[in-house]
Structure formats: C-alpha cells, structure tokens
Design a protein around this ligand. Structure first.
Ligand SMILES: [Zn+2]
Length: 109
C-alpha cells in the first residue's frame, strides 16, 4: 500500500522546490517508497567513479541521477507551468484522480 504522503508517482512531471536543483523539472523515473525518495530524469546527477569490471566494462566516470527526497519535489501542472497544490477528485464514477487546485486540470490521465 502506498502511504498518502506520496503525492507523486512514476512518470509524474515534477519540479524541485528546494536544494541545489531547485527550479528544475522532469519526469519521475522511480519512486523509492522505503526511502521516501524519487529519482527524476536528468536531475541531480552525481558523478561516480566506476571501477573496471570484468573485460567488457571500462572504468571511468559514470553520471547517474541521485534520488531526491519527496519533500523537495512538487507536482508540476503543465497548464499552469508551475508547481501546484493538488487535490483529489473522483472521475468516471470510481477512479480517483489528482487535479490542479489552481486551474482544475486533471493530472492523472
Ligand atoms: Zn494548473
């Protein structure tokens, strides 16, 4: 079960609202529920030194997205083009969808 504090999920478009990556936006590649972190496409790159491994892999510097804490990201509304507060509403009878509280746009499609 996903805890309610997880306001975002995979493939959501989010914006970083604090930290050094503040103001950047991207899609969520992965959610790490046990760590309360998310990995966002092309954000928060870290350089890692990779050791040569076996014969086929070369050593060198690898760049990889590092997870960011959930509290540092907010869902981005494409219509408002800014991070917004979201609400929940029931659509199509029973499906729960998140919507932008500002413009009313449904963010779950
Ligand atoms: Zn909006």
């Amino acid at each position: 079960m996903i805890a309610p504090k997880f306001h975002v999920k995979k493939n959501d478009l989010v914006m970083v609202v604090s930290g050094k990556e503040r103001g950047k936006s991207g899609r969520i590649l992965r959610v790490l529920p046990e760590k309360e972190k998310v990995i966002i496409e092309k954000i928060n790159f870290i350089k890692r030194h990779a050791r040569p491994h076996g014969k086929q892999r070369q050593g060198g510097i690898l760049e990889k997205e590092a997870p960011l804490h959930l509290s540092n990201v907010m869902l981005l509304c494409e219509k408002c083009n800014k991070p917004v507060r979201i609400g929940h509403r029931v659509v199509e009878g029973s499906k729960k969808a998140r919507y932008c509280r500002k413009c009313g746009e449904i963010l779950d499609k």
